[in-house]
Write a new protein. Structure first.
Lengths: 113, 332
């Protein structure tokens, strides 16, 4: 049976797709390594007293989200497949966020000090 | 679109995506729900604890013996393995099956390294007795590095509230201190300190002495005794932590459960999140081993392009979960 990869039809229109994608993988790998080092250093700086825990937390979490997005968009091919998959992925995150919001009043806000 | 050369199929229902890819993404979405459940619960529980510097607050990563350098190393290991697995798929597309096999072998090795490092960390937790349900939750007062008191001390009311859970820890510590004393040798510094602590954990009658140090006697000539109560759980918490800190300075890890407020909740969250993540890593490694065997036997072919892609998708998801777990547990 012929091996027609249905989903790769549009990406393989571009003959340079493969070399471009290799470059993208390499850049993302280097970026991920740099960001990991950045969040480690951000934590070290907070421990050394350069800024508050809240600032460190904000930097570190933003970096984590960027790293996850890089892995998802390039490594997991979502840059090309997002329009086919967002209807499944987005609701999962909405439900996850809602779970936290729903539990907030009873566990976080009503804690007896 | 350059599809003129293909015979136009009859009306196709569904997404322009292979069944395998759709199914893998549906599975990954359920995994998103699984891990957001665990991580969301951790966020909620942690934010529900007092944030100030009273004795009762969520433990700092160093207090539970988490080393962020090990965590950062593990993060880098998984990032490298994500890179190798995506390159393996790329090599299959390029029909270079030898390179693909090598890269899958590299991914397997890196994943195994991650698990080895994790096992080392878990062993450390076991050695420090930082396990769910085993730690004390009471501290009389918290001291900083210089021994100065920080925040407010524990009140008697709070201590009374925590008493039921602290009894189990009290007896657990008694058993562990006894084990240290029994192991000896008798002149070992820590055996002696443990024996001292054990003694303080029992109430005893002490002869009452006057200002000159003579025993006070009643009219009948009998010595009067006062009762010295055993250490309260909160007092024991501070004493045990001191003992452990002094031992750490000498490079020795005593197998005594420390007193870490909210430590048991922390340990439950930590082992649940990293444990399930490690199981997912292990599952991925099994699949990589199978693919590696196929490659080594020369059985990898163009028909396996999809298999490599889907395995890669799963592995990238495992990597993303760790990208979030690392800062949430080790850094913040």
């Amino acid at each position: 049976m012929a091996t027609t990869n249905v989903e790769n039809v549009d990406t393989h229109d571009d003959p340079d797709h493969h070399s471009k994608v290799f470059r993208a993988y390499l850049i993302v790998f280097i970026a991920l390594s740099v960001f990991t080092l950045a969040s480690f250093l951000a934590n070290w700086a907070e421990q050394a007293g350069m800024y508050s825990v809240a600032t460190a937390a904000a930097i570190i979490l933003v970096v984590a989200v960027i790293k996850a997005c890089l892995v998802g968009i390039i490594f997991m091919h979502l840059k090309w497949d997002w329009y086919k998959l967002y209807f499944m992925i987005v609701p999962a995150f909405i439900i996850g966020t809602m779970m936290i919001i729903v539990l907030l009043p009873d566990i976080v806000l009503a804690w007896h000090h | 679109m350059t599809q003129a050369a293909h015979a136009e199929p009859t009306v196709k229902m569904g997404l322009p995506m292979s069944n395998g890819k759709l199914a893998m993404w549906m599975f990954l979405v359920t995994e998103i729900m699984f891990f957001t459940g665990l991580i969301g619960t951790y966020i909620i529980l942690r934010n529900g604890t007092p944030g100030s510097t009273e004795p009762l607050r969520w433990p700092h990563p160093h207090e539970v013996h988490l080393d962020e350098r090990i965590g950062a190393f593990n993060t880098f290991v998984l990032i490298c393995s994500s890179f190798t697995v995506v390159l393996a798929h790329y090599m299959v597309v390029k029909r270079n099956f030898k390179a693909a096999t090598l890269l899958i072998g590299g991914t397997l090795a890196l994943g195994a390294l991650f698990l080895v490092v994790k096992a080392y960390e878990y062993k450390g937790k076991y050695d420090h007795d930082i396990l769910p349900g085993l730690m004390g939750e009471n501290l009389l007062v918290r001291k900083d590095k210089d021994g100065k008191e920080v925040g407010k001390p524990m009140t008697a009311d709070k201590e009374r509230l925590l008493y039921p859970t602290s009894v189990a820890w009290y007896e657990h510590v008694r058993g562990e201190l006894k084990a240290i004393v029994d192991k000896g040798p008798a002149d070992d510094k820590y055996a002696k300190e443990s024996a001292e602590l054990l003694d303080a954990m029992n109430g005893k009658d002490v002869t009452r002495t006057d200002a000159q140090g003579n025993a006070v006697k009643n009219e009948k000539g009998e010595e009067l005794k006062d009762y010295v109560p055993p250490l309260s759980p909160a007092e024991l918490g501070n004493r045990v932590n001191e003992l452990l800190e002094n031992a750490e300075k000498d490079g020795k890890t005593l197998h005594v459960a420390p007193a870490i407020p909210f430590g048991n909740l922390w340990a439950s969250c930590y082992f649940a999140m990293t444990g399930f993540h490690a199981l997912h890593v292990l599952g991925g490694l099994v699949i990589f081993a199978i693919i590696l065997l196929m490659g080594m036997m020369g059985k990898l072919g163009p028909q396996h392009e999809s298999m490599l892609e889907l395995t890669g998708l799963y592995w990238h998801f495992v990597d993303i979960v760790w990208i979030f777990l690392f800062p949430l547990l080790y850094l913040i």
